[in-house]
Design a protein around this ligand. Structure first.
Ligand SMILES: C[S@@+](CC[C@H](N)C(=O)[O-])C[C@H]1O[C@@H](n2cnc3c(N)ncnc32)[C@H](O)[C@@H]1O
Length: 331
């Protein structure tokens, strides 16, 4: 079954592979691989064109480790975190930035790439749309300098049109935490790109408003700048794509709300069943105790009847007469 929520760069392959084709990189660095769908596409391109792919991810899926092992000539996997890991990796022509989606990390990645490549590389950046455009997301907030981390929350989630956090909503289930507040200075992926462009003029940015938003940042003077601009123009800030994206996000938020509602009904049903079975157990215990008491009383009646019969036999006449008949239900 296809993913309920499309989220991988793989979904944008028809837009992004022409970018790779236009740049014709000798080396590609991918930051953030997850299950390796996009890694595989990049690797396929690299193998076909004699290029080399480096993937940086501290915790990729086993599949990514396997393809790196199988393709050692064309693929290097670096089990480390960006931006720190970038310093130890030779410069590339193309970077795919899709790791930790927060201002500090993305700004530092762009700075490092700019420094290492002399401002000549092209970068594809994921999550330039909602929810990360103007709000940090942290995979490992304790691993970042504390002064660069906004207050965050691993429990609560996000919903469209709400700049705070909400109970429920779109959330990371322990995998990532959003900043408590959207907007303001030094907050979010798109803000990081804008601040980087202010500091380092000379880059163009095309934004594809689909699948959480993808930005392509390329130097004005890049040999493929014209080709990139032409190839991305139909998607750049495309209003139809933006409307479809908002619609799918709203639908997905509704799905999450329904899933949460079902989960709360299931949990209420579980507690009601637990209460019911404890009441049944206690009623059964009461019934058993009453049956036990009744069996004891009947045994005592039989003993007394036997004693009475013995006494009547000794006396040679009925004793207690009608009282006993009444007790025996005959009167
Ligand atoms: C959104 S997923 C990447 C999805 C993938 N690019 C795709 O489109 O299919 C994010 C990945 O980034 C990795 N990650 C998190 N923080 C990172 C960091 N500081 N440096 C590199 N990778 C990181 C996570 O382990 C995760 O596998």
């Amino acid at each position: 079954m296809p993913d309920l929520l499309l989220h991988s760069l793989t979904e944008l392959r028809e837009v992004l592979l022409p970018v790779v084709e236009a740049v014709r990189p000798r080396r590609i660095v991918e930051i953030g691989s997850e299950s390796g769908g996009f890694t595989e596409l990049l690797l396929g391109w690299a193998r076909e064109h004699g290029a080399h792919l480096v993937t940086i991810d501290p915790a990729p899926a086993d599949y990514v480790r396997q393809i790196a092992q199988r393709n050692a000539k064309s693929h290097t996997l670096v089990l480390d975190k960006s931006p720190g890991a970038l310093a130890g990796i030779a410069p590339a022509d193309l970077y795919v930035i899709d790791g930790d989606h927060n201002y500090y990390t993305v700004f530092a990645e762009l700075e490092s790439i700019h420094r290492q490549t002399g401002g000549r590389a092209v970068s594809i950046l994921h999550d330039v749309g909602w929810p990360c455009a103007r709000r940090d997301q942290y995979c490992d907030p304790l691993g970042l300098p504390p002064e660069h981390v906004h207050p965050y929350d691993f429990e609560r989630g996000l919903t469209l049109g709400e700049s705070g956090v909400v109970v429920g909503g779109f959330r990371g289930n322990g995998n990532w935490a959003p900043a408590l507040v959207e907007g303001g200075a030094r907050n979010g992926v798109l803000t990081a790109i804008e601040d980087f462009r202010t500091k380092q003029p000379g880059y163009q940015l095309a934004v594809v408003p689909a699948v959480f938003g993808v930005g392509v940042l390329y130097p004005d003077e890049h040999v493929a700048a014209g080709e990139l601009a032409a190839s991305l123009a139909p998607c750049h800030e495309n209003a139809v794509l933006a409307r479809l994206e908002e619609n799918r996000l709203r639908n997905y938020l509704r799905v999450i709300a329904l899933q949460d509602h079902i989960a709360s009904l299931e949990s209420a049903q579980k507690s009601a069943l637990a209460e019911l079975s404890s009441t049944v157990r206690s009623l059964e215990a009461q019934r058993d105790a009453q049956l036990e008491g009744r069996r004891g009383a009947e045994a005592r009646i039989r003993e007394l009847e036997a004693l009475l019969r013995e006494a009547e036999a000794r006396e040679g006449r009925p004793l207690l007469g009608r009282v006993v008949d009444r007790l025996r239900g005959r009167g």
